[in-house]
Design a protein around this ligand. Structure first.
Ligand code: UDP
Length: 363
């Protein structure tokens, strides 16, 4: 066979795998059904601004190794994510911190403050229970309920708490959206990161692996698949639930429009969840225009892009059925879509590296 590995997908997982195995002397071919590389981290330069075409991606991690790993391919800046919530026409500090409480209630009520749990415990049945227990009923109704229902198309009591537990709860005035030590975005955009990761590796874009599976399978000893697992098995156990999104990108004739990179709209009646002003990700940027992306959650139907797995009990069970079907002598499944996990970028890279290290041990 011509290649050691055929890697299906040029996202972070596929690019990490291809880079590592190429560095270990293996011959890799990377393919993607999109015309662009990078999966959902793909960025495009619009009006002089690196625009995150599939949602805001802020790389954050506690691992010096992973921070070093990505910076090795292209320099990252030290951007720290700032978000505000728009509720009932007023902007509030977010994630919940002392400023939010003051904006809500003027003086901070000690009883309400006591209810805030900055170190939430695990083991909650669902997202609603987690949020009410750790934030209190009023904050839950104002900032969580509407946003979550729009984002996931489900009642929060039917969603796992895991979805929201990554958002910090603070009793100080720190409004950093993430808890991680390292944070930033590539100075030259994520597309540059992927380009550099895949430098010197054979790539074919705009080709659909699943449409000519036998042909592609015949090219390599092992196939590394990063696409949706239910589609791979032709929906033999039924469709997994996914959440889809629609992005409206607009160039606006203004230098700046938002105070921060991201504004979340938490009212249920407003159909979009957030607006992103990409310029904020980059320091010392001086352009006459600005790019704003409005993000609309959408019901997923076959053929649409999948963005988020819905890791509730039923879907977790269906996924486990698919997982059993993988012929591990020929296929490796990695990444958000193939392993049905709500990975952050650092987790996706770490998972791909782990698989690579196991293979390297046996080379
Ligand atoms: N969330 C919310 N209100 C907000 C922001 C987040 O209720 O203003 C909840 C919502 O359920 C969301 C989850 O927290 O899906 C995780 O939010 P995050 O911003 O981390 O999501 P991502 O950027 O991955 O879409």
């Amino acid at each position: 066979m011509k290649y050691d590995f055929l890697i299906v997908g040029t996202g972070l997982s596929g690019a990490t795998f291809a880079r590592e195995m190429t560095n270990s002397g293996k011959k890799c071919l990377v393919i993607d059904r999109r015309k662009t590389m990078g999966g959902n981290v793909y960025t495009e330069k619009i009006a002089g601004i690196h625009t995150h075409m599939y949602g805001p991606h802020i790389f954050n991690t506690n691992s010096p190794m992973l921070w070093g790993y990505v910076n090795n391919f292209t320099p990252f800046n030290d951007y720290r994510h700032r978000v505000k919530c728009s509720q009932g026409g007023t902007l509030y500090s977010f994630p919940i911190n002392l400023n939010t409480l003051e904006e809500l209630w003027g003086d901070v009520d000690q009883d309400l403050l006591r209810k805030l749990n900055t170190e939430p415990k695990a083991g909650f049945e669902n997202l609603e229970e987690y949020a009410i227990e750790n934030l209190g009923e009023e904050i839950y109704r104002k900032f969580i309920y509407g946003y979550t229902k729009k984002q996931w198309g489900k009642e929060p009591r039917n969603l796992p708490a895991l979805i929201i537990s990554r958002i910090p709860i603070r009793k100080n005035r720190n409004d950093d959206y993430h808890k991680c030590i390292y944070s930033g975005v590539p100075k030259d955009g994520y597309s540059k990161l992927i380009e550099n990761m895949l430098d010197g590796i054979e790539i074919r874009l705009d080709v659909d692996y699943l449409k000519k599976r036998d042909y592609w399978d015949g090219m390599a000893k092992v196939v590394v698949y990063t696409g949706p697992i239910d589609e791979f098995f032709n929906y033999a156990h039924g469709d997994l639930d996914w959440r889809s999104l629609r992005f409206d990108h607009e160039v606006k004739q203004a230098e700046w429009l938002q105070a921060v990179a991201q504004i979340n709209y938490t009212d249920e009646e407003i159909k979009y969840t957030r607006t992103i002003e990409h310029k904020h990700f980059y320091k010392n940027i001086n352009t006459p225009q600005t790019v704003i992306t409005t993000e609309y959650p959408q019901e997923y139907n076959r053929g649409q892009e999948k963005y988020y797995p819905v890791n509730d009990t039923q879907n977790t069970f269906v996924y486990s059925q698919y997982k059993k079907m993988i012929d591990v002598s020929k296929y490796i499944f990695i990444g958000r879509l193939a392993t049905y996990k709500y990975y952050n970028m650092d987790q996706a890279i770490a998972a791909a590296l782990k698989v690579c290290n196991k293979i390297k041990d046996n080379i």
